[in-house]
Design a protein around this ligand. Structure first.
Ligand code: GTR
Length: 418
């Protein structure tokens, strides 16, 4: 026990140290040239949708797949879902609730994860936001009928989580991050899953969805195979199998905050069934340009979270300029579907300017489809969203998800569901 506490203390102290030693000085951002999204790796200009989709999009996708997030090694043998619980009377009669178990099977091994869904009653087929939560479905709402996750969760004294087990004490502790009533009142539903049920967020590859795919004797993914972000994206994509089969659900906007904002972007890039993508404060390895080395860097993220990316990504530690891609190209993979990137003013570690510039440099691909992206390199003022097919805002405050964020996501998403 003591040794674990010691490791945890060392981990958080080193993370705090990394954050305090990071560069936050704009004048110290290295000079760099971004790889152009519309010029192929071999130097050919890309001028239309066909060339983009058949050549350039494919090569960028493959690069991110093998050299950044890591490839999903194979297909599943079986997929299944089961309705565990349902009510017509959630949120004071405003909403329908469903709790679904999703089971993935490979090599005779299975993993089950649980999706909580609220749908507005007045809308026979509602658009939904699909997003992972950090501590269990029971934390996003005070609703006493939501099942408590039995999976490993990170300890958190403030939430009463000890021994990596969730209990009643953490029910509703994250309601502020999920504006569920606002969603319902605007005709949207919410589907949410605890991310740790797909892959517990620790540097341990013996558990989670990775382990289903091992051959005899294998204990971790191969160098260019999936890290945790890719596994979480895979879980979202398999959740989509259920969502598209539900007659009460129309479009699905995949959403995520921070590390889960990185996973949402990768899910949107790899699965075109997501009608739109919203990535909140996703930072390094998410929306932020790696070459800026502002706040969290590739070397820092790979050191603090060695399990998030493919091992092949390690060669870009302190070596960002040799990356044939940057994160604006990840965003471009989502084109022409709606994409919303958001930052927070005090969240310097995530590099708000790098998150914004990414949306600007991805926008030429939206242009190929006649869609409006971000047209100026000038960052908008705080609390002054730009909402085109590519949208961006920076709000006051810290690294978090606030009502302000949801009000804007809902307003913007609404223009694509009419
Ligand atoms: C930080 C990490 C970020 C971000 C964040 C989060 O510690 O350095 O990349 O993912 O965690 O997920 O809250």
């Amino acid at each position: 026990m003591r040794i674990y506490i010691l490791i945890a203390i060392l981990f958080f102290t080193s993370l705090g140290l990394a954050q305090s030693q990071a560069n936050y000085d704009e004048s110290k951002v290295p000079k760099f040239t971004l790889p152009d999204v519309l010029t192929s790796f071999s130097g050919n200009p890309i001028t239309n949708q066909t060339e983009w989709e058949e050549n350039r999009r494919r090569e960028i996708l493959q690069f991110f797949e093998k050299q950044v997030y890591g490839k999903v090694p194979d297909r599943l043998d079986e997929y299944g879902f089961k309705l565990l619980e349902e009510s017509n009377d959630a949120y004071g009669g405003k909403a329908r609730r469903k709790q679904i178990a999703i089971t993935l099977k490979k090599n005779k091994k299975t993993i089950t994860y649980y999706m909580l869904i609220y749908l507005p009653k007045g809308n026979p087929t509602a658009p939904v936001f699909l997003g992972y939560n950090f501590y269990g479905n029971h934390t996003v709402t005070a609703d006493p009928n939501v099942a408590i996750t039995k999976a490993w969760v990170k300890n958190n004294e403030a939430f009463g989580i000890t021994d990596n087990k969730a209990s009643e004490s953490s029910r509703g502790i994250r309601t502020h991050r999920w504006a569920i009533e606002k969603m319902l009142d605007n005709g949207f539903g919410l589907a949410t899953i605890y991310y740790g049920e797909i892959d517990p967020d620790k540097n341990d590859f013996s558990d989670g969805v990775h382990s289903l795919f091992y051959r005899d004797g294998q204990t971790k993914p191969k160098t260019n195979e999936w890290g945790s972000i890719s596994a979480w994206a895979f879980g979202l994509s398999k959740a989509m199998n259920y969502l598209e089969s539900d007659v009460n659900i129309s479009k699905v906007f995949v959403f995520g905050h921070s590390r889960l904002g990185k996973a949402a972007l990768w899910a949107g890039a790899t699965d075109k069934r997501f009608a739109g993508v919203i990535s909140n404060n996703s930072g390094c390895g998410g929306a932020a340009l790696s070459r800026r080395q502002f706040g969290e860097t590739v070397a820092q993220i790979n050191t603090s979270f060695p399990h998030w990316f493919a091992d092949s990504f390690l060669k870009y530690d302190n070596n960002e300029r040799t990356l044939p891609v940057d994160q604006h190209q990840l965003l471009a993979l989502i084109a022409p579907r709606p994409l919303y990137i958001a930052s927070a003013e005090e969240d310097k570690w995530a590099d708000p300017k790098g998150e914004f510039l990414s949306t600007y440099y991805a926008s030429s691909v939206y242009g190929l489809y006649g869609r409006k992206g971000i047209t100026s390199k000038e960052m908008p003022k705080t609390n002054a969203p730009i909402q085109n097919t590519v949208a961006y805002h920076i709000r006051t405050g810290i690294h978090d998800v606030m009502d302000y964020d949801w009000e804007n996501y809902i307003k913007w998403a609404n223009t694509f569901v009419k």
